[in-house]
Write a protein that binds this ligand. Structure first.
Ligand code: RUQ
Ligand code: CUA
Length: 660
């Protein structure tokens, strides 16, 4: 029995909640942006009858009574309790009829599942998953030699934590070539090839432990830019390991084709999320912990943190001039506040004070403003990107700072002058008018148009093509961290809740249309119109470096004293070899080509008791290497249901006992 079985040791859940809320109140009470030293923050917002933070507590009490609808009655504003529609309107139709296609691709990060999910919009149907930092036995990713070698070269980890998917751009629009995504856990960036929807490169970025923000440099994807969130010594080789004063945080620029780190910039504080201007010059990064503390109380102490604006051409110039220190093969440029490179009239990094522990940065469609949500401040700060170059007064570049509500995390756009900000603490989406926010006083609530309840605690929020210069409006997805009571109970680990909201052209009210449970745990998503993605339905052997195997090539060849190469084709409903023989102890390389060129006829190659299963799609060639350790017969079978004779699609591997 574990020591926790003793009931007297279990804390009253309400004590834990009280403790959390007290901490939160303390942190929030320390600052009420925009005036850092006014009389403290009021948590009461107009129109907010019941503080939605309290739903956790209410839910705990109701849960103790065994009721299911713990959150109803907490709704306010336009949302109906526990329902899926707003008052007075019928739900916009998001259903896509059987056989019809969705109009948009949604690319969802999978968080610590390590994978990406592809979801059709507006139906919210999950179309496929792409393994990236994880392994996947359905596709054979992490089993085949090609994928295994890529994962090994990228650090040989078995998982990753992907947050921010980004589509490659040409002229500021999606070109359908690549998707790039970060691995927060191991400081990596991966590339997914959108011709085949498969991961084709992973870079383990030197000198960085956690890459959180990840974006591409608009308008032409010159770099993929990763934000280092965790500060560490440079290099992290044991020197100063226990001395946080010597830790630093980095921005990296990776070449999208070679996937090699080109340069890094070290800065004060840590970096969080990033986005770029539309003109190829500025990378804007949010940050928290300008205090450079190592524990939460210290990290949230100050009223201001510095958002960083990286001047890319100026950094490139510094690298060209040799103004860097090379660490683990990467030029590292000094972008800290005291750096000589920041003293002249063209600093490489501008530090812009922003209230308090800001989280997101999203650059609006026309590229004029970067929207930086306050997280611990109830405001969104709008940076005027056009003023960044010439203004020496950081406050001058702040174009607006509306008060949007509690816990603002992310902002998205409909292309018609509206911004939509997720409010983590309030569990709402605030829709507001961008131009009015520029004209209004700092801290004004006047630009707010309406608020929509969401369920619960939203993080990212994304409208159709909102990250391009020409957003499409119509639909918005709010990625809620908690789904408590929204779905059938499935045990203590509950899904997230991605909610589909109709926004139309922004002139009508937001309408909550559908709940969509998501396995833990998406962070962000990005949408592209289906016309911008051109996925191949059958492999072109010219696109990969494997030797295509013809049916007549099927056979076994001894390549060494203890190694054999087995080649065989797959087609309905047979393998190229009905059987083959190897010796106990042989290292077997099994190469297979699916010689079918018919769309959707996939074969699987499963080898019992050898931990091998992988898919071979039409015209694809894959190989695996394993050791035949034990003598016996092993029935190789096809795992993809491919024909009426699928069960009969088998081969035998005969392993002869080694002679002693
Ligand atoms: S994060 S909930 Cu990793 Cu993008 Cu903001
Ligand atoms: Cu091939 Cu089943």
């Amino acid at each position: 029995m574990s020591q926790h079985s003793n009931e007297s040791e279990i804390r009253d859940p309400n004590d834990v909640i009280d403790e959390y809320e007290q901490t939160l109140d303390e942190v929030l009470a320390e600052v009420d942006a925009p005036e850092p030293d006014d009389d403290g923050v009021s948590l009461d917002l107009p129109g907010l009858s019941l503080n939605r933070r309290d739903f956790m507590k209410a839910g705990a009490a109701v849960g103790a009574m065994g009721a299911a609808a713990g959150c109803s009655g907490l709704s306010n504003g336009s949302g109906s309790p526990g329902g899926s529609q707003s008052d007075g309107g019928s739900a916009a139709d998001h259903l896509v009829a059987p056989g019809e296609h969705d109009e948009y691709y949604g690319f969802w990060s999978g968080g610590h599942s390590g994978e990406l999910r592809i979801v059709g919009i507006p139906s919210m149907r999950e179309l496929t998953r792409i393994p990236v930092f994880n392994t996947d036995c359905a596709s054979g990713y992490g089993y085949t030699d090609r994928s295994t070698e890529m994962l090994e070269d990228a650090g040989d980890y078995t998982w990753g934590d992907n947050h921010h998917p980004n589509l490659s751009e040409t002229d500021g629009d999606y070109d359908g070539e690549y998707l790039f995504v970060n691995d927060k856990a191991n400081g990596r960036i991966a590339r997914v090839n959108l011709t085949y929807f498969e991961t084709d490169a992973i870079t383990d970025v030197p000198n960085m432990q956690a890459i959180h923000g990840c974006t591409v440099l608009s308008p032409d994807t010159k770099y993929v830019l990763g934000n280092g969130e965790f500060r560490a010594p440079l290099p992290n080789d044991g020197t100063d390991a226990a001395n946080p004063d010597e830790y630093t945080s980095l921005l990296v620029a990776v070449d999208p084709e070679s996937m090699q780190a080109q340069w890094q910039v070290k800065v004060d504080g840590n970096l969080d999320i990033n986005d770029t201007g539309k003109e190829g010059r500025w990378v804007i990064a949010s940050c928290y912990n300008s205090e450079e503390a190592t524990a939460i109380q210290g990290m949230t102490k100050d009223d201001r943190d510095n958002v960083k604006a990286f001047d890319v051409p100026a950094i490139e110039q510094a690298v060209e001039n040799g103004n860097y220190e090379e660490v683990n093969g990467v030029p590292v440029v000094d972008g800290t506040q005291e750096s000589p490179l920041n003293q002249g009239d063209r600093p490489i990094v501008k530090y812009v004070p922003t209230p308090k522990s800001p989280h997101c940065v999203e650059v609006g469609p026309n590229g004029d403003y970067a929207f930086i949500a306050g997280k611990l401040s109830p405001t969104v700060t709008m940076l005027d990107i056009n003023k960044l170059a010439d203004s020496s007064d950081p406050e001058e570049v702040v174009a607006g700072r509306p008060r949007v509500g509690l816990g603002p995390l992310h902002t998205t756009f409909d292309g018609n002058g509206h911004a939509y900000t997720s409010l983590f603490i309030d569990s709402q989406v605030a829709k507001w008018d961008i131009q009015q926010a520029v004209e209004a006083e700092t801290g004004s609530e006047d630009p707010i148009i309406e608020k929509q309840d969401v369920h619960y605690n939203p993080g990212h929020i994304q409208a159709l093509e909102a990250m391009t210069t020409d957003p499409d409006g119509e639909w918005l997805v709010c990625l809620n961290k908690l789904s408590k009571d929204r779905f059938l109970p499935v045990g203590p680990i509950m899904p997230d809740n991605d909610q589909l909201i109709h926004i139309g052209d922004g002139e009508s009210s937001m309408e909550l249309v559908a709940d969509h449970p998501a396995y833990p745990e998406p962070h962000d998503c990005v949408f592209a119109h289906r016309d911008k993605i051109d996925a191949k339905k059958v492999y072109d052997p010219a696109d990969y470096e494997e030797t295509y195997i013809e049916e007549a090539d099927s056979g076994v060849e001894r390549t060494g004293e203890n190694s054999v190469e087995v080649k065989m084709t797959t087609k309905r409903s047979e393998f190229g070899l009905p059987d083959f023989t190897v010796q106990q102890g042989d290292e077997v390389t099994l190469k297979t080509t699916n010689i079918e060129s018919v769309q959707d006829i996939i074969h699987g190659v499963a080898i019992p008791e050898h931990d091998i299963n992988y898919a071979v799609a039409p015209q694809d060639t894959q190989h695996v290497t394993f050791t035949a350790d034990d003598p016996g017969v092993y029935w190789i079978y096809c795992t993809y249901f491919c024909s009426a004779l699928h069960l009969e699609m088998r081969s035998r591997m005969i392993v002869e006992p080694a002679e002693d």
